[in-house]
Design a protein around this ligand. Structure first.
Ligand code: SF4
Length: 481
């Protein structure tokens, strides 16, 4: 066990105190969260651990994630590209996903609270033919115990979302569509590897809104090469004018190995500065507020008509259980995290043989209840000290109470203009919302160093590095083939 809180040097976690916290609070660029709160399970134990997991009824709210690992092209900014889309791959892949789900049929793990969200992500789920989308959605609705108000999201691309697919998806039960628009500007879209023009994007979204069959949600990016505050203002205004239900604003993250990063390294494109990134975030925040939209997380906005609920994202950030189906999908059920192999042939062979297609497995550490409470609060821009304390009691952690440990850090962040204390809550300021990911990472690292044995404390960072190495290896193979 690491040193006790009162003796801990918190200065590495502090923010810079300045008149301009939006630009200057931290040095580091935006990054993905390391998977804190989990420890690995040895591969020889996977079978026994999984059998026990699925023979146990769930007690917590649940969801399911289905991964469609095909893309029609490699978007320049993206680190998630896995396999080139070929139409002949669709039917067989849908068969495999349904078969993997059927392996769970009749098992106690499907008992307990019905699932509140079913999310089809990728990759590009809308690359599948209409008939396959319909078969996949209906097939999973038959197998999985979905709640009557289950949010069923289909993620997709404008380019491949044809009217017959929209109609089939809604008829099969999809009630939320999430599209990665990134920007409406045709020139900037083309420079990102996006094929559809502004006119095509607008026509597709108008058609989806006119269906009036579910929440229509898009992603917009800020900090893109060639983007200006004028093009960003136009993007933001269009979200409101189109009658969409939700929008996610996320900053460009330059991921090593992506085509965009290569272009930056070769001097063909200039990344925008951290200062500009903060300015774009603030512009987006103020514009959405002026339209009367409501921020339901530090990056996600809800139209005032409340059709958008964002149940899946809420559950994912709160530590709910979720089943992972499809090659490369991850799940987390009854305290066990299981990651399906991303290699299509291996996934297919294991599912066909009736085996669990796992590549890796982890177990929730004792820290998980505290980390979940911190993440859930920070994501919603309101850290609840009562929820964090309850997480501490639940975890049975040995060491300083989280309040004792975190309070000096939260006080420093208040001084730096990132938080404001209101009773038991610490609310994030605009600058705090912008730096939320960095602040959450710092708290997770601090908590890990205090409550976990040394060999487990850096597991999240090691897992993230291993995932990056795997992605790099995969890309170098693609480059030589
Ligand atoms: S952004 Fe989506 S469609 Fe584009 S490469 Fe990444 S996963 Fe594929």
């Amino acid at each position: 066990m690491a040193s006790v809180g009162a003796q801990t040097d918190l200065s590495p976690y502090f923010a810079r105190v300045s008149d301009n916290p939006l630009e200057e609070a931290f040095e580091d660029a935006r990054q993905a969260h390391p998977p804190g709160g989990q420890i690995p399970v040895a591969s020889e134990d996977h079978g026994a651990v999984w059998r026990k997991c699925i023979e146990t009824p769930r007690t917590r709210p649940g969801m399911a994630y289905v991964h469609i690992p095909f893309c029609e092209n490699h978007c320049l900014f993206c680190g998630f590209y896995q396999n080139a889309w070929r139409p002949e791959s669709g039917p067989g892949y849908v068969d495999l996903v349904l078969r993997q789900a059927t392996q769970l049929a009749g098992k106690p793990v499907l008992e307990g609270p019905p699932l509140r969200a079913l999310y089809f992500g990728g990759g590009t789920p809308t690359a599948l033919a209409a008939a396959e989308i319909g078969r996949m959605v209906s097939g999973l609705r038959d197998v999985l115990p979905l709640a009557p108000d289950c949010e069923i999201t289909l993620e997709g691309r404008i380019h491949s979302f044809t009217p017959d697919k929209m109609e089939t998806a809604f008829r099969a039960g999809v009630n939320r569509v999430s599209l990665g628009v990134q920007t409406f500007d045709t020139d900037i879209r083309r420079s990102l590897g996006r094929k559809a023009t502004r006119e095509k994007v607008l026509a597709t979204l108008q058609r989806l809104v006119a269906c009036d069959s579910g929440a229509i949600v898009i992603d917009l990016m800020y900090g893109l090469p060639r983007q200006t505050s004028e093009t960003w203002a136009e993007d933001l205004a269009l979200v409101d004018e189109l009658g969409l239900d939700g929008v996610d604003h996320y900053g460009l993250n330059l991921i090593p190995g992506t085509p965009l990063m290569s272009a930056v390294e070769k001097g063909k494109l200039s990344p925008i500065t951290r200062k500009d990134l903060g300015a774009f975030y603030a512009q987006g925040f103020e514009a959405m507020q002026s339209f009367g939209w409501h921020p339901i997380s530090t990056s996600h906005w809800q139209h005032p008509d409340l059709r958008e609920r964002s149940v899946y994202n809420f559950g994912a950030k709160t530590g709910w259980d979720y089943f992972g189906l499809g090659a490369g999908a991850g799940g987390f059920v009854n305290g066990i995290g299981a990651f399906n192999t991303p290699i299509l042939e291996e996934y297919g062979a294991k599912v066909q043989a009736g085996a669990a297609p796992f590549k890796g497995m982890s177990r929730a550490s004792s820290l998980a209840p505290i980390v979940n409470a911190v993440r859930a609060g920070m994501e919603r821009a309101r850290l609840d000290s009562r929820a964090v304390s309850a997480g501490f009691e639940q975890s049975g952690a040995d060491g300083p109470h989280t309040t004792e440990l975190l309070l000096p850090l939260l006080n420093q962040w208040q001084e730096a203009g990132l938080m404001e204390r209101r009773g038991r809550f610490h609310d994030l300021t605009l600058a705090g919302r912008f730096w939320q990911v960095q602040m959450t990472q710092r708290m997770t690292r601090l908590l890990s160093s205090q409550y976990l044995p040394a060999d487990q404390a850096d597991y999240g960072v090691r897992a993230l590095n291993a995932a990056k190495a795997m992605a790099k290896q995969k890309r170098s193979k693609e480059n030589v083939s």
